[in-house]
Write a protein that binds this ligand. Structure first.
Ligand code: DGL
Length: 282
């Protein structure tokens, strides 16, 4: 494996760009390749099997020598896909797989009143991994969990402040505030893009915690331990793919990443459009 190879990153859609930002800040010289699986978003309401198939396919795309990307490591920039598929990816691929989990541990350490809220997808909150996370770190505090159907889709649409997004955030944060939470975990990588809106709604005294920066540090450590940090001294590049509509994606990437972000269509054999038709017709 070559240290000059890129780092592969994927998410159900554009949410993982919040993690990519942290990776770019921590590793300025690395080339980064990102896949937004936006044709299949949301993962949060899909079966574990479905998410596993998509995660295998996207990791194959990112690491394939036939395609030429040959990623030296893959970051699962999605809490839902981590819960459903990280273990499977680790068992199938030789490259390091770095994955996410909701920031329950730092939130439990940060709360002053002993009440922590967690905003995440249905898939994450129902997973065995999340139950295990609560078992390990949740003792001694009240952890109030709130699934947020529809919220990732608002970010996919680039709607970070509109009335529908605001109404969803109000609805989903209310039970946490009612219980008195002073610390809220943004347990889905789409939600950091809503941080200003969420903060506006919950008020300045509630801390919002996400794991983008921690995952970027972990990635750096994993690469360093395997001698895989690039020796390049020039700024790294980003390449973006989507399985969704490329024109819509360009607008949203321009808003969430940078106006000049170049987004390409993922080749059909990796886009899983058959799986999609199957789900839509079932
Ligand atoms: N970005 C994904 C996560 O971190 C969730 C969005 C979705 O439901 O697809 O969990």
């Amino acid at each position: 494996m070559s240290s000059s190879a890129p780092i592969g990153v994927f998410d159900s859609g554009v949410g993982g760009l919040s993690v990519l930002r942290a990776i770019r800040a921590a590793l300025p010289h690395e080339d980064l390749v990102y896949v937004a699986d936006s044709a299949h978003v949301p993962y949060g309401s899909k079966s574990q099997h479905y998410i596993q198939q998509r995660s295998l396919t996207l990791t194959m795309f990112l690491t394939s020598s036939a395609i030429g990307l040959n990623a030296k490591a893959v970051v699962v920039a999605c809490n839902t896909a981590t819960a459903a598929a990280a273990a499977l990816l680790r068992s199938r691929f030789g490259v390091p797989i770095v994955a996410m989990e909701p920031a329950v541990k730092p939130a439990v350490a940060a709360t002053k009143v002993g009440v922590v809220g967690v905003l995440a997808t249905v898939g994450t909150l129902q997973s065995a991994q999340f139950a295990a996370l609560l078992g390990r770190f949740g003792a001694g505090v009240e952890v109030v969990t709130q699934p947020c159907p529809g919220l990732a889709e608002q970010v996919e649409a680039g709607d970070l402040w509109g009335p529908t997004t605001r109404a969803l955030v109000e609805q989903y944060t209310k039970p946490l505030l009612t219980r008195g939470a002073d610390t809220i975990v943004l347990g889905c990588t789409h939600y950091p893009f809503l941080r200003p809106l969420i903060q506006d709604i919950v008020g300045p005294d509630v801390a919002l915690i996400d794991t983008g920066a921690a995952v970027a540090q972990q990635l750096r450590q994993v690469l360093a331990a395997k001698d895989l940090i690039t020796t390049a001294e020039t700024p790294g590049h980003e390449l973006f793919w989507t399985t969704g509509d490329v024109h819509v994606a360009r607008d949203v990437f321009a808003k969430l990443w940078a106006p000049e972000a170049e987004v390409q269509q993922l080749p059909d054999e990796f886009a899983g459009l058959h799986e999609l038709k199957h789900v839509e017709s079932s």
